[in-house]
Ligand binder design. Sequence first.
Ligand code: GLN
Length: 447
Amino acid sequence: TYYDRIAAVNPQLNVYLSLSKERAMEQAARVDAMAAKGDPLPALAGVPVGIKDVLTMRGVPATAGSKILEGYEPPYDCTAVARLEQAGAVLLGKINCDEFAMGSSNENSAYGPVRNPVDPERVPGGSSGGSAAAVAANMAVATLGTDTGGSIRQPASFCGVVGVLPTWGRVSRYGLIAFASSLDRIGPFAGNVRDAATLLGVIAGQDEMDATSSPQPVPDYAAESDKGTEGLRIGVPAEYFAEGLDPEVRAQIEKGIDALRAAGCTIKPISLPHTKYAIPTYYLVATAEASANLARFDGVRYGHRSKTAETLSAMYRSSRDEGFGAEVKRRILLGTYALSAGYYDAYYGKAQQVRRLLAEEFLRAFAEVDAIVTPTSPMPAFKLGEKTGDPLSMYLADIYTVTASLAGICGVSVPCGATAAGLPVGMQVLSSHLQEGMAFRVARAVE
Ligand code: GLN
């Protein structure tokens, strides 16, 4: 049924880049056999799930939205992907995204943009726009995305679905094609908070293939999400309701805050004054790490190799020139500059110091409140092409999401009303390190 649905709507929405039909049908048959025998079924038995194309699936092309990886078939499964399958999920295929997860609109994919199912003239958000659109258009029950500076939360808000940013280290990054390793996280999208919580419970937990994965035990997130919100203290930071916030988005978030009050929460105004430094800090750290991570794409080990070059160094140069898109090149240039001798302390070193201040500011706030709520994005889904000529205005749209990324804390974007034109608005619910259960509880009271 899901493959029929994909065949019908993919030509318009451009969500799936490749399908893993054989593997999916084998898995479905395995689950059917278990059910027929009366065996107990695992948490996601038979649930159709789509995978962002920056995560590896053995034997299925992985492009990361880039021409440079065209033709690459990874020989191994990403840990999160393998855990979904062990829990009975049926993996449908690989989903479009911004090239190497760099972007906020999905327009940086070398395979064309994804369209927003709510309004196909508009972007689905990015970089995991395809993963959000797949759930919104019922082309999967749930999906995996990745979030480095907002790439799960912002497309969830643009498409009207739930998206989860787990604590950094909560989900193994083994099999995630790296963008900025100290920020990269894998997380689920689903149609409601409880389903998203169930998926996180399956993919989270320590993994011997990722030394940075947390050894903390994984709670039953779905059960955590059932606990209700009576007596919780919710922080509302003034800096996220300042200039630049679309009035219609503000109005919906204020209604969401009223719903929390009605659900027994105490609302506390708070201040996070370093918020204004988050965009420059994020775009220094992210581009610096990207310039290092993307050095491996040299035309030798994976994907595209230039056919014109006559020497080894010319081959490196032209493979990268032909394989990478404009946004990826811009970031490699920015990041290489920020890391270069003489500039390192002024840019990268300074950004690391500000990052620490941002994290400490959040921890101070979480000593007084259980969760913090904000808009996920200052605006609803914008039109295709509206921001492509102006990378800076695209970067500024990440203002509410990059703070939690830099601080390493977790959060959820949950649908919270719509504009008069019917465009979804998302509320971001943030909680402290490894407190995903708290974010789910609060988000349940809003959806
Ligand atoms: N929009 C941000 C960027 O372009 C975030 C991307 C992401 O989270 N992968 O870097």
